[in-house]
Design a protein around this ligand. Sequence first.
Ligand code: NAD
Length: 418
Amino acid sequence: VKVVVVALGKVGLPLATAFAARGHDVVGADIDERVVAAVNAGRAPFPNEPGLEEQLATTPVRATTDTAAAVAQGPELVVAVVPLLVDDAGTPQWEALDAATRAIGAGLQRGTTVALETTVPVGTTRSRFAATLAQASGLRATDDFAVGFSPERISSGSALRDLATYPKIVGGLTPADEDRIAELYEAGLGVEVRRLGSAEAAELSKLVETTYRDVNIALANEFARHADTLGIDIGPVIAAANSQPYSHVHRPGVAVGGHCMPVYPRFYLAGDADARLPGVARDVNEAMPAYAVELLRRQLGGDLTNARVLILGVAYRGGVKETAFSGARPLRDALTQAGATVVASDPLYSDDDLRALGFTPADGAPADGAIVQADHAEYRTLTPHDLPGVRAIVDGRGILDRSAFAAAGVAITGIGTP
Ligand SMILES: NC(=O)c1ccc[n+]([C@@H]2O[C@H](COP(=O)([O-])OP(=O)(O)OC[C@H]3O[C@@H](n4cnc5c(N)ncnc54)[C@H](O)[C@@H]3O)[C@@H](O)[C@H]2O)c1
C-alpha cells in the first residue's frame, strides 16, 4: 500500500512507522521543518516513545513539508491526523485541520482514499473534511475518491504497541467508501478492522471511549474526596470494588490533562444538547487542582500566604512531553491566588522551557510544600533530601515513596489517601 500520513506528531509518526514496518511505501508530511528534518535523519522529534527511534532507523519514513506534492503522487491511502486544537472554552480552532485538508485536496488524485484520524465532533468528516477535499480538488467524494473516519486510539508512551493491538475502527461516507478504507487499513496495519457503517458512528465511538474515561475519573475523584472526609484510603476500596467484572472505577488524581481527555467530552456535549453527565464530570475534574491546593493549605496550618510551593511536573502526565491542559497551570493559579510563591520543575523540561511556559523554575532554594502533578517515573525514588525544606506534600498521583517522607516527619497526603 502506498501511504501518505499528514502530520508527524505523537500520533502520526508512530502510525507512519507502523505502515513502514510492514513494508509499505510511506511518505509523511508535516509543516514543521524541524520535524521533517528529524524524521528524514531517522530521528524521533519527541522523546519517550518506546521503539520509535529503532523503527525509524530500520524502516525509514520519508518526510516532506509539501503535503500537496506528496498527495499528488497518487498514493492509495492518505491519512490526516493534524490535531484539532481548542481554545480555553473548548471551542474548536479549525485553522490547522482546514489548512491540511486544503493541501491534501490540492494534490488529490482520482482513486485515492482519504481517512481522517483526528478526533472531531460528530459530522465533521462528512460536512467539513470531505466537503473541503471536494472543493479543493474539484473531485467528487465517493465517486472520485473514497473518504471516511478512523479514530486514532493510541496513548503516547505505548503508541506502537497500541497500534499493533487495538482494533482499527472505520466508518465511511458510504458503504463503498468504508469497504475501501477497511481494506487499506487491513492490508496496511494487519490488525482487526471493525466497520461501524458510517463515518458518524466511527466519530461517535471515539467520543464515547474518551467521554467514558473522563466521567469515570470524575466519579473516582468524587469517591476520593468523600474518602478523605471519612479518613479512608480509597485505593484499596476501588481495588476491592473492581474485583468483580462489572465495576471498572479508574484512579482519582490531581488533574485530567492533555489535548484529548479534557476536550473530547466537550465535542460530545456540542452534539448532544440533552447530555448532563459529561458536563458535570468536566466540572468535577476541573475542580481537582484547587482541591489539591486546599489539601496542602490544611497541611501547612491553614495559610499559604508567602509559602513557597513546588509543583513537581508540568507535563500533563508522566513521561510525556506535552503540557496541553496540564493541571500545572490551574495549580499555579490557585496557589498564587492563595498567596503562595510558586516554583516548578520537570525532568522533561529545561529552565528555559519552564519560563517559556510561564513557570518559575525551582532553583534549589528550600520550599515549604510540594504538589506532585505528573507521575514521572523519576519521582518514585524522590527522598526528603531532594525536596529541601518541604514540610508538607500532596502527592496528586500516588507515586512517591511515602514511608521515606513520613520517616522524615514530612506531612504527606494524596487524593483520597489521607
Ligand atoms: N498524543 C496522544 O497521546 C494522543 C492520544 C489520543 C489522541 N490524540 C489526538 O491525536 C491527534 C494528533 O495529535 P498529536 O498528539 O499527534 O499532536 P502533536 O502536537 O504531537 O503533533 C501535531 C503535528 O501536526 C503538525 N501540523 C500542524 N498543522 C499541520 C498542517 N496543516 N499540515 C501538516 N502537519 C501539521 C505539527 O507540525 C505537529 O508535528 C489529535 O486529534 C490529538 O488530540 C493524541
